[in-house]
Write a protein that binds this ligand. Structure first.
Ligand SMILES: Nc1nc2c(ncn2[C@@H]2O[C@H](COP(=O)(O)OP(=O)(O)OP(=O)(O)O)[C@@H](O)[C@H]2O)c(=O)[nH]1
Length: 493
């Protein structure tokens, strides 16, 4: 995602400002110009950037930026708040209710990822116990029905469409009626797209909307369309009552600023983002963590919330204690492997630690990876309690490795491989050492309790670089004692 570059540019602009000996209007203006340039480069619409600049100038009082005050924090918070304000239209979108029929119509240009997104949306709800169904009202593109049919079959979602019927309005109405009879609670209507905004497309969309009376119209937008986002989104909004936005292809080279424009143009919130071609590459969109990431601030709240969300309450203290101790043992690795195989909750948390499971269980190689993990576990079954509980990798000398290989019927090479994996995971685990775990939602407590060294180890290297290295991070950390900054990390404010 190119979004990270935006964070880097903004951080640098703020850094330059706080380095200045005298902060006057000129320095503030320069800083704001720099930030505006970065936003424009990220495809945020020109008018929005201009308004934002004016707002920040109004909010930030030059006296507050005088010596002794934390200038960088004040500016950063103003930028953060402004971006959140733009992305939050102030009212939530229509929320379907499980068990009660809702009709959701998807609109967007051809190739925006509409059909893929319809299935992702259905699949997301299906996993949560809904009864979704898909209707293909795209009669314009040959193959659209086949694509939807294929996706729907793979995800085991009922679908409706026709090879013969050329009237999309008729298909949409029939499909919706059929699935109402079948008591589906989420009826998703995929409509035609065109290469560009055309009168015929909008007329067809309007008619489908009239015939199906959707509870929610979702506008699907490809994040790489750049500055064209605002006009495109507005054109759709003028034809049908768009109530929510889904931004796709956020995994590519998209600059992401278009998302801000789509919200402004439709006055509707972004509800999900697409992060890949596969069904599960679909994320709920949350404004604050998104802006944190946009500003290169990292998303600690996501990690901590995940712990609170997926780990049973009685297991939380133990896991958090182990994380904070940072000492990794073979036994802990064994338990994590067990959990990963079961896809148990701790396995999920473990897999969120940077670099931990993507290497151990690369996508598309799950079977081989599982077999490897099982082999490792067999070898660990031949280890003594002392070996399992030791934090000293030197304990594993040649004769111990030979014994384990013999005992488990595996080769010494495999035992050595397992030890390498152990060292790699222990290194990742140790980055969490000293982490004091805040109460749910209180992220500022987390930031207060980490020192710059610990944080720098835990941050991805490119993010650290964007923050101006260790120096930049230390500066930032100094500002983090303040509760207000907790909001930047998605916590309570
Ligand atoms: N990388 C990436 N690719 C995506 C994403 N969403 C969709 N795609 C791909 O984008 C291409 C177009 O997606 P479709 O779902 O066919 O687009 P559409 O808007 O339905 O197109 P029409 O039916 O012609 O209007 C496909 O190759 C998808 O796999 C995403 O979030 N990330």
């Amino acid at each position: 995602m190119v979004l990270g570059q935006l964070g880097g540019s903004i951080t640098r602009a703020l850094q330059q400002m706080s380095n200045a000996t005298i902060i006057d209007e000129k320095v503030v203006s320069e800083c704001l110009n720099e930030i505006s340039r970065a936003l424009l480069q990220a495809d945020v619409q020109f008018k929005m950037v201009r308004d934002m600049q004016a707002n920040i100038k109004r909010i930030v009082n030059p006296d507050d930026l005088a010596a002794g005050h934390n200038k960088r924090r004040i500016m950063q918070k103003a930028v953060f708040d402004e971006l959140c304000r733009i992305l939050d239209p102030g009212k939530p979108s229509y929320t379907p209710k499980k068990g009660k029929t809702s009709i959701i119509m998807f609109v967007g240009l051809q190739g925006s990822g509409k059909t893929t997104t319809c299935t992702k949306y259905a699949h997301y709800h299906q996993k949560k116990g809904w009864k979704p169904a898909l209707v293909c009202a795209d009669t314009f593109r040959a193959g659209a029905f086949d694509q939807l049919k294929q996706n729907a079959t793979k995800a085991k979602i009922p679908f409706y469409g026709s090879y013969m019927e050329s009237d999309p309005v008729k298909i949409a109405a029939e499909g919706v009626e059929r699935f109402k009879q079948e008591n589906c609670d989420l009826i998703i209507v995929d409509t035609s797209g065109r290469h560009k905004q055309e009168a015929a497309l909008f007329e067809e969309m309007r008619q489908v909307s009239e015939a199906t009376k959707p509870d929610l119209v979702i506008f699907v937008m490809d994040s790489s369309i750049g500055q064209a986002a605002f006009d495109q989104a507005q054109a759709f909004k003028q034809s049908v009552s768009v109530g929510a936005v889904i931004v796709t292809k956020m995994d590519g080279h998209a600059k992401g600023g278009g998302a801000l424009s789509a919200v402004a143009a439709t006055k509707s919130p972004v509800i999900f983002i697409g992060t890949g071609e596969h069904m599960h590459e679909f994320e709920v969109f949350d404004v604050k963590p998104f802006v944190s990431r946009l500003l290169g601030m990292g998303d600690w709240s996501g990690f901590m919330d995940k712990i609170h969300e997926v780990v049973p309450t009685d297991q939380q203290p133990e896991l958090l204690q182990k994380l904070s101790e940072g000492s990794f043992t073979m036994r802990l690795m064994y338990e994590q492997f067990q959990n990963m195989l079961k896809m148990g909750p701790i396995g999920q948390v473990f897999s969120m630690l940077p670099g931990s499971s993507s290497e151990l269980m690369p996508k598309g190689h799950e079977k081989e990876s599982q077999a490897k993990i099982k082999r490792y576990m067999t070898m660990m079954d031949s280890m003594t309690n002392d070996e399992l509980d030791s934090t000293n990798p030197k304990l594993m000398n040649e004769s111990r490795m030979l014994r384990i290989a013999r005992g488990s019927g595996r080769s010494v090479r495999e035992v050595v491989d397992m030890m390498e994996e152990f060292k790699r995971l222990a290194k990742i685990w140790s980055k969490m050492k000293g982490l004091k775990i805040p109460k749910k939602g209180d992220m500022s407590a987390l930031s207060r309790n980490m020192n710059a060294q610990q944080m720098s180890k835990a941050l991805p290297p490119q993010v650290l670089k964007q923050m101006g290295g260790m120096g930049g991070l230390q500066n930032l950390m100094k500002q983090m004692g303040n509760k207000d900054l907790g909001g930047m990390f998605g916590g309570e404010r």
